[in-house]
Design a protein around this ligand. Structure first.
Ligand code: SF4
Length: 214
């Protein structure tokens, strides 16, 4: 609908919307994070949910104790190779649509422990990350900013067509391979399916930008 007409109608007390907007509005304002932390970054995450920063203002009211009740996993802290299979397993157990925030230098790249033989160099090797937060540790404001970025991302999702999100693509996987300990390292060393999905999403987004630019 024409934006000017919509504004004009709203001045007359008539609210117009689409099913897509309603669907996205409901989801973006009721994201349920999982009670889950790995290291020092988790303390900042806990602070974000306390009274001073009050993540509940954004609809993320109570951290859920079970992956079955959560649709957001905040990977907050150092992911050791010992913990990586557990993180992927928790992600697999969450219901769709589900999202991932990688919080802190450790979660996105291994951080100060990058050279450690026991630390995973980024959880995006195994599960698709929606928002990365740099920093060591990122402050609660950074997590709130990431949360708002995720909300904008959800709000912009379409229900059909090329740019539709992963959970609406019947061919996209909902579960990813859980790495196992091999002779020398985790096997597989990464999940190529994750990179394929992210590349697809990026190329769709680039296509939309190009189309708009023309
Ligand atoms: S990024 Fe820094 S604060 Fe966060 S878990 Fe790693 S070492 Fe700790």
């Amino acid at each position: 609908m024409d934006q000017k007409l919509r504004i004009e109608l709203s001045k007359q007390g008539i609210v117009t919307t689409t099913l897509e907007e309603l669907y996205n509005w409901g989801r973006k304002n009721s994201v349920w994070p999982m009670t889950f932390g790995l290291a020092c970054c988790a303390i900042e995450m806990i602070a974000t949910s306390m009274a001073r920063y009050d993540l509940a203002r954004f609809g993320a009211e109570v951290f859920r104790p079970s992956p079955r009740q959560a649709d957001l996993i905040i990977v907050s802290g150092t992911v050791t190779k010992k913990m990586a299979p557990q993180v992927v397993r928790l992600y697999n157990q969450m219901a769709e649509p589900k999202y991932v925030i990688a919080m802190g230098a450790c979660a996105i790249s291994g951080g100060p422990f990058k050279q450690g033989y026991n630390v995973l160099k980024g959880i995006d090797r195994y599960i698709p990350v929606d928002v990365h937060i740099p920093g060591c540790p990122p402050r609660p404001e950074a997590l709130i900013d990431a949360f708002m970025t995720l909300q904008k991302k959800i709000d912009a999702q379409t229900l059909t067509g090329e740019g539709r999100p992963r959970h609406l693509d019947p061919e996209a996987p909902s579960e990813f391979v859980v790495p196992r300990f091999g002779a020398h390292d985790l096997e597989p060393p990464n999940n190529p399916e994750v990179f394929r999905i992210l590349n697809n999403i990026d190329s769709c987004a680039a296509g939309e930008v190009d189309a708009g630019g023309d």
